[in-house]
Design a protein around this ligand. Structure first.
Ligand SMILES: *[C@@H]1O[C@H](CO)[C@@H](O)[C@H](O)[C@H]1NC(C)=O
Ligand SMILES: *[C@@H]1O[C@H](CO)[C@@H](O)[C@H](O)[C@H]1NC(C)=O
Ligand SMILES: *[C@@H]1O[C@H](CO)[C@@H](O)[C@H](O)[C@H]1NC(C)=O
Ligand SMILES: *[C@@H]1O[C@H](CO)[C@@H](O)[C@H](O)[C@H]1NC(C)=O
Length: 419
C-alpha cells in the first residue's frame, strides 16, 4: 500500500469515528440544536395551559432521523445482522377483531358536546396523577414484576404499544379498551401516517376501523430496530426526553368487564378460536365444540364471565403466552415506572381530558376528539358482574391487577373484596 493511500484510509476511518462520536453524544448536541432552531420548549403539564387558538405547528421530523437515515442506509448490512440477533417479537395474540366494527353498530354513538371548558383544576389534577405515579414507582412497599428494571432492559417487542408522532413530538401508549381506537385515529391525523386518495386524513372519524388497528399504519418503538439498528435505543431515549408522552387508563376491573363484553359477548371469530374454545374446554367441561363462533352462539355455548376470570387466574395461562393486550395490565403495556408520562388521561373523565390534552398539544384548532360510545361499560355495573365470582377469586384478581389500581389512583374496591 502506498503512503498516500494509507493516509486516505486513515482519513476515512477518522471521519467515521468522528461521526460515531457525534452520535454517541448526540443527546447534548441535539439539545442545543433544537433550542437554537425551533426554540422548542416541551409542554410541561404543570405550566399554565396554552390558550386555544395559538395553534402554530411544530415540525419535529428531526434532523436526527434524517442524519441517521443517511448514515445507516450505507451501513444497512450491519444493521441486518444486529437486527437478526435482537429483534425477535414472539407471536403475541394481538387482537385483530374481524368483527369489531360490530361494536360501533351495536353501541350507539354519544353525540353530546365534548368541548369541555378548561378549568384551572385540570392542571392540578394532572399534577396529582403524575405525582401518585411517581411516588408509587419510588415506593418499595408496592411490588410488581418488572418494576425495578430499567428502560434498556425492556425487550423490544414490549415497546409495541408506544406510537410516535414526530411531526408534533408526541408519544402515545395505547391501552386497549380505553378509547384506544379514537386515540389511534388522532395519532394518524397528527402524524399524517395514512393517506386517503393521496391526501392525509384530516378528520379522525373518516379513518376506517380496520386501518386504525393495522399495526403497519403506526410508527411504534418496536419498529425502530428496522430503521436505526443499534442506535434505536438511544434515539428512543432522546424522543422520550423531548416529546410529550401520554396514555389513557381506566378502572382495571371495569376494563376487564369491557374486554369480556366486546370479545366474548359479541361474535368474534378470532377470540372464539384462540380463547373461548380453550376456556370452554378447561373451565366448563365441554369436549366437542363447534368450529365457528356463530354455531357456538346458536347452540348457547358462550364463555361466562366466571370462566374468563378463572382463565386470568390460572397460572398456566401466562405460561403458554403473555396475556392478550385487551386484558394485559397497563404497567406491562406502557411501563409507567420507566417512562415519565406527561399526561395521564382517564376514561372516566375522557371528554375533559381529551380536550385538555389536545389544547396542551396545541392541536385543538386542528381536530376534535371523536365522541364516545353511549353504552360504555359503567363502573356501577361492577357489583352485578362480580356477584357470581367467588370472593377468593376476586381477591386474587385484585392482587393480579393491584399495580394498575395503585399506580393510577383507583381506590381498592373494598366492597368486592370483603364478604
Ligand atoms: C409507601 O406506600 C405505603 C402504602 O401506601 C405508605 O404507607 C407509605 O407511607 C409509602 N412510603 C413512602 C416513602 O411514601
Ligand atoms: C395493513 O396495511 C398494510 C399496508 O397498507 C397492508 O399491506 C396489509 O394487508 C394490512 N393488513 C391488514 C391485516 O389489513
Ligand atoms: C367438570 O368435570 C369434572 C370431572 O368430571 C368435575 O369434577 C367438575 O366439577 C366439572 N366442572 C364443571 C364446571 O362442570
Ligand atoms: C348496553 O349494554 C347492555 C349490556 O351489554 C345491554 O343489556 C343493553 O341493552 C345495552 N343498551 C343499549 C342502549 O344498547
Amino acid at each position: 500500500m502506498t503512503k498516500p493511500r494509507l493516509f486516505r484510509l486513515w482519513l476515512v476511518l477518522g471521519s467515521v469515528l468522528m461521526i460515531l462520536l457525534i452520535i454517541v453524544y448526540w443527546d447534548n448536541v441535539s439539545t442545543a440544536h433544537f433550542y437554537l432552531h425551533t426554540s422548542l420548549s416541551r409542554p410541561h403539564v404543570l405550566e399554565p395551559l396554552p390558550t386555544p387558538g395559538q395553534g402554530e405547528e411544530k415540525e419535529f421530523t428531526s434532523d436526527v432521523d434524517e442524519f441517521l437515515d443517511k448514515l445507516l442506509s450505507s451501513g444497512a448490512k450491519q444493521n441486518d445482522l444486529a437486527r437478526k440477533k435482537t429483534e425477535q417479537p414472539p407471536v403475541l395474540a394481538s387482537g385483530k377483531p374481524a368483527l369489531s366494527h360490530m361494536e360501533e353498530s351495536v353501541r350507539g354513538y354519544d353525540w353530546s358536546p365534548h368541548d369541555a371548558q378548561q378549568s384551572p383544576d385540570q392542571g392540578q389534577q394532572q399534577a396529582e396523577r403524575r405525582s401518585v405515579l411517581r411516588d408509587f414507582c419510588a415506593n418499595s412497599s408496592l411490588v410488581f414484576p418488572t418494576k425495578e428494571r430499567s428502560f434498556d432492559d425492556i425487550p423490544n417487542y414490549e415497546l409495541n404499544h408506544l406510537i410516535v408522532d414526530d411531526r408534533h413530538g408526541v408519544i402515545y401508549c395505547y391501552v386497549p379498551k380505553v378509547a384506544c381506537t379514537n386515540w389511534k385515529r388522532v395519532m394518524i391525523v397528527l402524524s399524517e401516517s395514512l393517506l386517503d386518495g393521496g391526501a392525509p386524513y384530516r378528520d379522525p372519524l373518516d379513518i376506517p376501523r380496520e386501518h386504525v388497528h393495522n399495526t403497519s399504519t403506526h410508527l411504534t418503538f418496536n419498529k425502530f430496530w428496522r430503521r436505526y439498528g443499534k442506535f434505536s435505543r438511544h434515539l428512543m431515549k432522546i424522543k422520550l426526553k423531548k416529546y410529550t408522552k401520554f396514555l389513557f387508563v381506566r378502572d382495571p376491573f371495569v376494563r376487564l368487564i369491557s374486554a369480556f363484553r366486546s370479545k366474548f359477548e359479541l361474535e368474534n371469530e378470532e377470540f372464539y378460536r384462540k380463547f373461548a374454545v380453550p376456556m370452554l374446554r378447561l373451565y366448563a367441561n365441554h369436549t366437542s365444540l363447534p368450529a365457528s363462533v356463530s354455531e357456538a352462539f346458536s347452540a348457547g355455548l358462550k364463555v361466562s364471565f366466571s370462566n374468563f376470570i378463572q382463565y386470568l387466574l390460572d397460572p398456566h395461562t401466562e405460561k403458554l403466552a403473555p396475556f392478550n393486550e385487551h386484558w394485559r395490565q397497563v404497567y406491562r403495556l406502557c411501563h409507567p415506572c420507566q417512562i415519565d408520562y406527561d399526561f395521564v388521561g382517564k376514561l372516566e373523565t375522557l371528554d375533559e381530558d381529551a380536550a385538555q390534552l389536545l389544547r396542551l398539544l396545541k392541536v385543538d384548532t386542528q381536530l376534535h376528539f371523536p365522541p364516545s360510545y353511549r353504552n360504555r361499560t359503567a363502573s356501577s355495573w361492577e357489583e352485578d358482574w362480580f356477584a357470581k365470582i367467588p370472593l377468593a377469586w376476586r381477591q386474587q384478581l385484585y392482587r393480579l391487577y393491584e399495580a394498575d389500581f395503585v399506580l393510577f389512583g383507583y381506590p381498592k374496591p373494598e366492597n368486592l373484596l370483603r364478604d
